[in-house]
Design a protein around this ligand. Sequence first.
Ligand code: NAD
Length: 260
Amino acid sequence: MRLKDKVCIVTGAASGIGKEIALAYAREGGKVAIADLARDAAEASAAQIRAAGGSAMAVPMDVTSEAQVTAGVAAVVKAWGGVDVLVSNAGIQIVHPLEEFPFAEWKKLLAIHLDGAFLATRACLPHMYGSGRGGSILYMGSVHSKEASPLKAPYVTAKHGLIGLAKVVAKEGARHGVRANVICPGFVRTPLVEKQIPEQAKALGISEQEVIRNVMLRETVDGEFTTTADVAELALFFVSFPSSALTGQSLVVSHGWYMQ
Ligand code: NAD
């Protein structure tokens, strides 16, 4: 029970990576708030955790809305008395060549990844600072926090930006016992990636199998997708680490696609 009674907020936890992290945290004794735009799916994830004997609540939240993030974090604090862990994970992908990228889509992507991370962080920090227990914040980066790929200008920009945010949180949070780190996964077969396969095939003029083999997994050491379980294991490791030695870091979990 590495997270016994820790209050954990995971954004984007109704699906994919965030959901797997929420399930893993609940198995380790955490009380998990499933904060997501997708209200029904968030309720379903919370119900799944409760059915397995864990503690969970669904928190409807658009992470780009200052009012919704503030209200959502307040609801969690009211229910469970504080916040110990924030995983800022909500994200989307939009692909276009740069010269055609619609400005509205650029802004939408940056708002979810960067405004969302900022707003959730700002809402949680006072509770972590005030509790005397500190806390741990994780940002869901990507190999695209370190590397670029064609067609993904705002995603690569946002994912690099999260490393900067984590470093500032690590510095400002240190005297309050708050740590901040970034997980950088390679390709994981979630709905976000399933959607990209046909889009990239069309944009690059190649088959879907070629997108998987020659684009997504080409640089891995073994041609394998990273799994949601791999990412959840790392998310557990980071937040259950026992001291402030591990802060301001970013770690890549990608079957060797990117080696630091
Ligand atoms: P997913 O589509 O399965 O899940 C994303 C979740 O975020 C969904 O439940 C969605 O409803 C939620 N969401 C979207 N916009 C939101 C908003 N404005 N407010 C609140 N919630 C919102 O995707 P995933 O693959 O699990 O991605 C999760 C995170 O992992 C993202 O930040 C993504 O960039 C990152 N990531 C994914 C991969 C991958 O290969 N799947 C690799 C590296 C990083």
